[in-house]
Design a binder for this molecule. Structure first.
Ligand SMILES: [Zn+2]
Length: 84
């Protein structure tokens, strides 16, 4: 894998475990730094997402009975995000 192919894969999914991708990051300092930055950005986006929508990030702060008790609220919030 060359640097260009690496950067393309990095844009698609910085967390991928592809062997060629990992191998290039180990031998190429520049791409390893780019990978590190991409992972940091992903992590900060994920943290922001958890703060904004904890119930959608797979982190269950509420009990299951709470979610079952109010299915209307979830439907309304998804309707609000519909661009139409
Ligand atoms: Zn490289």
């Amino acid at each position: 894998m060359n640097c260009l192919a690496f950067r393309r894969q990095l844009l698609i999914d910085p967390q991928q475990q592809d062997a060629d991708f990992r191998a290039h990051a180990e031998v190429c300092t520049t791409c390893a730094q780019a990978l590190q930055r991409a992972l940091e950005i992903e992590a900060s986006l994920y943290r922001a997402l958890i703060q904004e929508y904890p119930e959608r990030a797979g982190i269950d702060h509420t009990s299951e009975s709470d979610q079952a008790a109010d299915p209307e609220a979830m439907q309304q919030s998804s309707r609000r995000e519909d661009p139409r």
